[in-house]
Design a protein around this ligand. Structure first.
Ligand SMILES: Nc1ncnc2c1ncn2[C@@H]1O[C@H](COP(=O)(O)OP(=O)(O)O)[C@@H](O)[C@H]1O
Ligand SMILES: [Mg+2]
Length: 312
């Protein structure tokens, strides 16, 4: 349904999107996950024909974003980051305006507005208000309704729950899942639980590049067998780090905090290795003190953290 091939976009010296390729299949909800500034919104702006790429190409439903932008826009619903809604416009007037822009025949507009309002959980009470009078959660529903009004096959949602309270987040996620039953969706987010809750497949992007992809289970399995040990050692920091650098069975470690001579580290093991013996021996050999040592399995959250913070 969506094919992206070697897409690159630069802003001056910044490479916002760096040679990425991926596909989204019909009826799929794809999570596009990455920290702020990773290039998610830029990629979506290219897919929705709001800006051209510098290199590479993207096709949606067989149409090229560059050559067939008008046709593509008919097939896409887009909820941009920070949806620009007109606060002093009535909800119904706004949706009428969008229906007109979307060239929905006059005779069908009323019915169509009713349908999307119902689909997005906008009741009579909300429809009677101005957009500016609505809570942020309901404003986001209006944003979704405008994205859906022309019944597009593809829906692109950029950070749809930012700024919502926890209950609103749950409701919007449920709504997205429902809509996903019949449409192809790309959901951009910098929040792992968000894509985990709604998406069957995840692409992780960092500094414009794809650094991981798969189902949540596949991504978690990549790290299976790796473990994290949290350890707090009292001793001279420089010496401790020198010794940790030398440990063979560690994959990487991070200093989490330091207080006087007490230093807390997060240490990731190589696959299938229990580091605790090595670490204990190290502390004994150097006559430092050990005030904490605990081991946990790596979760998808850790994988995401590793993929997006590691220097590659
Ligand atoms: N219009 C623009 N002009 C200049 N730089 C931009 C523009 N849009 C995005 N960028 C830069 O491109 C990079 C990716 O931004 P963006 O796609 O918004 O990331 P994300 O949506 O993942 O947070 C960032 O470094 C950002 O500052
Ligand atoms: Mg963004």
């Amino acid at each position: 349904m969506i094919t992206v091939t070697n897409l690159t976009k630069r802003f001056g010296p910044t490479v916002a999107v760096d040679n990425i390729s991926f596909e989204v299949h019909r009826g799929e909800i794809l999570g596009f996950l990455g920290p702020n500034g990773a290039g998610k919104s830029t990629t979506m702006r290219i897919l929705t024909c709001y800006m051209p790429p510098d290199e590479g190409k993207a096709t949606l439903a067989g149409l090229d974003t560059f050559e067939d932008s008008l046709k593509i826009r008919e097939k896409i619903g887009y909820l941009p980051e920070n949806t620009p809604l007109y606060n002093d416009m009535g909800v119904v007037d706004y949706l009428k305006f969008i229906a007109e822009v979307r060239r929905i025949p006059h005779s069908k507009r009323k019915t169509r507005i009713k349908e999307v309002a119902q689909q997005c959980g906008l009741g009579k009470e909300e429809l009677a208000k101005d957009i500016g009078q609505l809570s942020k959660g309901y404003r986001q529903r209006v944003g979704l309704a405008q994205a859906l009004i022309h019944n597009p096959d593809i829906l692109i949602l950029d950070e749809p729950t930012v700024g919502l309270d926890p209950n609103q987040i749950i409701e919007i996620r449920r709504l997205i899942k429902d809509i996903g039953e019949e449409k192809t969706i790309i959901l951009c987010s910098h929040i792992l639980p968000e894509v985990q809750a709604t998406c069957k497949r995840i692409i992780i992007i960092k500094e414009g590049k794809i650094v991981g992809s798969g189902t949540p289970e596949e991504l978690a399995a990549q790290a299976q067998g790796e473990e994290i040990v949290y350890i707090t050692i009292q001793g001279p920091q420089e010496q401790i780090q020198q010794q940790l650098d030398k440990l063979e069975n560690t994959q990487e470690y991070h200093l989490l905090s330091s207080e006087n001579t007490s230093h807390r580290f997060e240490i990731i093991s190589k696959k299938g290795i229990d580091l605790r013996k090595d670490l204990f021996q190290l502390v004994v050999d150097n006559q430092w003190s050990l005030t904490e040592m605990q081991k946990t399995q790596i979760t998808l959250e850790d994988v995401f953290k590793q993929l997006t913070t590691e220097e590659n």
